[in-house]
Every structure is written in C-alpha cells, then in structure tokens.
Design a binder for this molecule. Structure first.
Ligand SMILES: NC(=O)c1ccc[n+]([C@@H]2O[C@H](COP(=O)([O-])OP(=O)(O)OC[C@H]3O[C@@H](n4cnc5c(N)ncnc54)[C@H](O)[C@@H]3O)[C@@H](O)[C@H]2O)c1
Length: 281
C-alpha cells in the first residue's frame, strides 16, 4: 500500500517525532494541535533535529527542505479527511482520547485506519468509543521517535487482520521494527519500564540522590540512560498517568510513588518544564 497522507493529532514530543519520521519516509503529513503556538514549537523541534542530521552528514540541505515541505501544519481536523492513517498523540487521558477518536471516526473516510500512540491505555477502551472497531490499532512509538528503532503494535480484540497488516507495513515503511504486544494496559514496554521507573523514584524517596540512582543503573547495569533521566525526558505527568492506568488493571504493584505526584504539583515535569529531577535551564 502507498501511504500518501498521514494525519497526526497532537504535536507534542511524540506527534512531532512521528511527523518527522513519516515525512522522512516520503509521506505527506498533516500535523495538528490546538494552537499555532504549539504547532510552531513542534516544527521548530523537527527543524532542529533535521539540522543535527544534516550536520552529521546523514541528510542534505535539499533533503531537509523536502522533508519540511511534506509537513503541513494545522489547528483543525480537515487534514484527516484525506488520510489513509490518522494517528492520535494527544495527552494520555482516556476520555480525551475517546473524544478525539469519536471525532476522527466521523470525519475520516471509511478506509482510514485510526491509530493511537498511547503508551498504556488498552486499545479496546478506545475501540469502544468508535463505530469502525475493526480499523483501530495501537502504534506505540518510542521517545525520541527518530532515534528509537522499535514500535509496539497492539490490536484490540476487534481489530481486523487487514488493519493489522497495513499497520505492520506502515511501520516497515518508516524503517522501524514492529513488536506485537497483547492489549493489556502498558502492553510490554510500559509495563516493565514503568515498574522500574516507579522503583527508581522510591529509591530517591528512601534517600538516594538522583545522580547516584541514575549512575548505578548506567555503570552497574549498562543502561544507556538513568531511569530518572528517562522520567525527565518522558515527562513525570506522562509516567504518572501510565502508572495509574496500570494500577487500575493490575493492582497495587503499580501504585505511584508519592514523590512523583509531588513533582507534578510543583510543575517539575521534567525537560519540557525546564526542571524535573534535574535542572534544564
Ligand atoms: N513522552 C513519551 O516518552 C511517550 C512515549 C511513548 C508514547 N507516549 C504517548 O504519546 C502520547 C502523547 O505524549 P507526548 O509526550 O507527546 O505528550 P505532550 O504533552 O508532549 O503532547 C501532547 C499534545 O497533545 C495536544 N492536544 C491535547 N488535546 C488535543 C486535541 N484535542 N487535539 C489536538 N491536540 C491536542 C497538546 O496540546 C500537546 O501539544 C501520550 O498518549 C503518551 O502516553 C509518550
């Protein structure tokens, strides 16, 4: 299948990343968010990434211009009417996602596949809010999208084989590797990762310094980055939401560490806020 038009709703960290890799793969992308300011932030980050790739000799100036020319910015959902695949990357909130999919279901042509980039919400929940239940799929891209090779692919019980095969092909065309995960909260990656991240926060609550927790995991267990650095990168709010969803599905073992809530109350969400476990100002 040839994917000419991809619609991405939500131009935060993940939406911008998915837009970049789709445009790099030659697809036309409409990247949508709620305001021109948010959209500008997204395209600025894509430009910075492409500039870095150019400086490393991976792409030419012309490639950069071509990739950017394939990304259309929008503050409405008109672009979804043309899309073969519409990908949702809004906040990790079940009700918001249901609302977004309900609208996409109404405006997209009947052949459009609806994909969610949720990192923890079962796709079956989202499927329950739409009519085309056979055309819903989870595509869990990893952060940072241009760098990470794997994408979890999650089918709801209602997802058809055809939708699954098209989504697999789409991932392949992006140059990524698909990993099939069963539709329980957190799939595979978030289930395992978030349990560890939560425990890292508890280590800090027990008196360990964040630098030491991260250093231990890097130099003693060969992790490429520390768990607290990862929370700062993903956003403490995103991690908390994920834990809450998994707590609902699996019980106490995902009960969020109180320090995580305290950080969020203080606005210390991580890199995107300039402060989390570390300072980014
Ligand atoms: N950050 C990560 O490391 C990571 C990794 C994998 C998956 N995810 C998942 O990806 C999704 C997005 O996460 P993120 O980190 O990019 O969040 P983010 O906060 O950076 O971006 C979310 C964007 O959605 C926009 N938005 C909210 N409501 C909208 C609406 N109705 N229409 C259009 N845009 C809307 C917001 O304005 C914001 O720009 C979440 O479901 C998250 O769980 C995140």
């Amino acid at each position: 299948m040839i994917y000419k038009n991809i619609f991405i709703q939500g131009a935060g960290i993940m939406g911008a990343g998915i837009a970049q890799v789709s445009a790099q793969a030659g697809m036309n992308v409409t990247l949508m968010d709620l305001s021109a300011e948010l959209i500008k932030k997204a395209i600025d980050s894509i430009e910075r990434n492409l500039l870095r790739s150019m400086e490393k000799g991976r792409i030419t100036l012309q490639d950069k211009a071509d990739i950017l020319s394939r990304i259309k910015l929008s503050t409405d959902t008109e672009g979804a009417k043309e899309a073969e695949i519409a990908i949702e990357a809004v906040f990790e909130d079940v009700e918001l996602k249901k609302k977004v999919f309900n609208e996409l279901d109404k405006i997209c042509p009947s052949h459009t596949i609806l994909a969610s980039n949720t990192s923890s919400i079962p796709i079956g929940f989202i499927a329950s809010s739409i009519a085309r239940k056979e055309k819903i799929i989870g595509l869990h891209f990893m952060n940072p999208v241009p760098v990470m090779r794997g994408v979890e692919i999650i089918r709801a019980r209602t997802t058809s084989d055809e939708t699954f095969n098209i989504a697999m092909d789409f991932i392949r065309k992006l140059g990524k590797e698909a990993v099939e995960a069963v539709d329980y909260a957190g799939f595979i990656c978030s289930r395992i990762l978030d349990a560890m991240l939560n425990e890292a926060v508890r280590c800090v609550m027990d008196g360990n310094r964040p630098e030491e927790v991260d250093k231990a995991m890097k130099v003693c267990t060969n992790f490429p980055m520390g768990p607290l650095e990862l929370i700062d990168l993903a956003g403490a709010d995103i991690v908390l939401h994920g834990l809450e969803i998994m707590e609902e599905e699996f019980g106490d073992r995902y009960h969020p560490a109180p320090l995580l809530r305290q950080l969020i109350r203080s606005g210390h969400l991580g890199k995107k806020a300039g402060k989390g476990f570390y300072n980014y100002t």
